[in-house]
Design a protein around this ligand. Structure first.
Ligand code: FRU
Length: 534
């Protein structure tokens, strides 16, 4: 059943959910969730991702405050401590030593009074510039987030605030001088802060969401901020702008890095609804200037699937590691509150490492799942070269099936119109992932992927432009119980999709359509549960 109140665009969510919440509660979707809403979390629910981060229960949206500190990766996220839809926004905290296994730490920064805790970032402050350090040697971690204040008369104001932890993230205190940065425009949010070493200062990127502008500010101490410059509107501007991040990304095959500004759009993204665009350019400590060639063919999408939003990079990753790492919210504001999971809702993507690849003089964002995920691989299967005649070839007899898999297949399309893989294949459902030679594109088709009727736009086929490299197409696919992430041709194109298949649909198949194609090789692994279920 179409439920008009259950999927407002992100911007409207902020104020409007308060108004529509009573209606949301009365809207029933025809798809039942995979567990009763009040069930104890087992981490074995039919749609529970096994190697993606989820909170034990309740609603989650954007990743927040990604920061590395003393051997620990911190992941905070938008969280409703009281229910399975958006509301009472607070920061929940999880930690990991390996980016694969996560320990839930509970709510770190709670909603209080008329102030919700919206998205933001976290930094380590080894110079104790803000003065939040204790006597111990531990450098304080400082969170910079948006205070969303409800004002009399149902209006809101958004301003930037601080909370700090002197003990490696175990305890958090809101700064008594909050907020530290306000603006006359009420929709002013999602501060992303990093240490700009050449200027020995903090730099913040923050969105004037309705104006489609990213502002840059500088500070010596995280408490006093001075405006530097504005960027936008440019690129994709139909939807409101949220969750910016400015960070350095290594260029493949060089020892250089370039500045990337990611800006999320609440609607009008490439796969419909919300999504993530990026700009490559220069930053001189005050102004971000996109490369002219890059701007010519904007917008550029980080992910061509519908379920990638609000990604931010990990701050403070050691130089000895050198990676640019991020993850995104694996959902879409179009249907975020309707996806049929319980007692939790939403997952984060796997952590991904980023690089830039030169393509015809333009730098293009490339993503790979982090190598740490290899630790979950088991039961390898390798298939050698074979011809796929215009047909579907199930691979159960080759020992390949499952609901949590990593697949890496290289195809030569030959004269086929399309070639690729079916995953989560069952009696009358499958998710099709392939290369379409008629349009030179990689696609994910979830129209018959399982439960799709909880929202009108969910059953879709999404594409990303892709030309074969030396006549070949490689699809690197992560299959979890309720998602697929496709990294095509070495991460040049990425598509991320949530799926809600029948748990019995664990088949994998090869297909070719409208001609025959060659599979050069297929390597596959079962991925063990990071939550200890397998
Ligand atoms: C993006 C967003 C942010 C905001 C947060 C509120 O998904 O709308 O702009 O800070 O979610 O939960």
């Amino acid at each position: 059943m179409h439920c008009p109140f259950a999927f407002p665009p992100a911007g409207l969510v902020l104020a409007a959910l308060v108004l529509v919440a009573p209606f949301v509660l009365h809207c029933q979707s025809s798809t039942m969730p995979d567990a009763p809403p009040d069930a104890a979390p087992s981490f074995d629910e039919p749609f529970r991702p096994q190697f993606h981060y989820t909170p034990p229960r309740h609603w989650m949206n954007d990743p927040n405050g990604l920061v590395y500190h003393e051997g620990t990766y911190h992941l905070f996220h938008q969280y409703n401590p009281e229910g399975n839809t958006w509301g009472h926004m607070s920061w929940y905290h999880a930690t990991s030593r390996d980016l694969v296994h996560w320990t839930h730490r509970g709510v770190a920064i709670p909603e209080e009074g008329n102030e919700m805790i919206f998205s933001g970032s976290a930094v380590v402050d080894p110079r104790n510039t803000a003065g939040f350090g204790s006597q111990s040697d531990d450098a304080p971690i400082v969170a910079i987030y948006t205070s969303n204040y409800f004002l009399p008369g149902d209006s809101i104001n958004q301003a930037q605030s601080l909370a700090y932890s002197p003990d490696g993230g175990a305890t958090w205190t809101k700064y008594e001088g909050n907020p530290v940065l306000d603006h006359p425009d009420a929709e002013f949010r999602d501060p992303n802060v990093f240490w700009y070493a050449p200027g020995q200062k903090w730099v913040m990127a923050v969105a004037l969401s309705e104006q489609r502008i990213i502002q840059f500010y500088e500070s010596p101490d995280l408490k006093t901020w001075t405006h530097l410059s504005d960027f936008g509107p440019v690129g994709s501007t139909e939807g409101i702008w949220e969750c910016p991040a400015l960070f350095r990304v290594p260029a493949e095959g060089t020892d250089r890095t370039h500045w990337v500004l990611s800006v999320d759009v609440g609607s009008g993204a490439v796969a419909g609804g919300s999504g993530s665009q990026y700009f490559v350019g220069t930053f001189d400590g005050a102004t971000f200037a996109p490369d002219a060639a890059h701007l010519d063919d904007a917008p550029h999408w980080a992910d061509y699937g519908p379920d990638f939003y609000a990604a931010i990079p990990w701050n403070n990753v050691p130089a000895s590691d050198g990676r640019a790492l991020w993850l995104g919210w694996m959902n879409n504001w179009t249907y975020a509150e309707d996806i049929p999971t319980a007692p939790w809702r939403s997952a984060q993507t796997v952590p991904r490492s980023l690089s830039l690849r030169d393509r015809n003089g333009r730098l293009q964002l490339v993503q790979h799942p982090v190598e740490e995920l290899h630790a979950l691989r088991t039961d390898p299967v390798r298939l050698g070269t074979r011809t796929i005649e215009e047909t579907v070839i199930p691979l159960a007899d080759s020992g390949l099936s499952g609901r949590t898999l990593e697949l890496r297949a290289t195809f030569v399309p030959e004269d086929a119109e399309a070639v690729g893989l079916h995953v989560h294949a069952g009696a009358d459902e499958q998710t099709r992932i392939g290369f379409d030679a008629r349009t030179d594109s990689v696609f994910v088709d979830r129209t018959r992927s399982g439960a799709v009727d909880f929202q009108a736009d969910f059953a879709a086929r999404n594409t990303a432009p892709l030309t074969p490299t030396d006549g070949r197409v490689t699809l690197h696919v992560l299959v979890d119980r309720s998602s697929v992430e496709v990294f095509a041709n070495g991460g040049a194109r990425v598509l991320t999709h949530r799926l809600f298949p029948d748990p019995a649909s664990d088949g994998v198949a090869l297909f070719a359509q409208g001609g025959s194609a060659t599979l050069l090789s297929l390597d596959a692994w079962t991925l063990r549960s990071a939550w200890g279920n397998q």
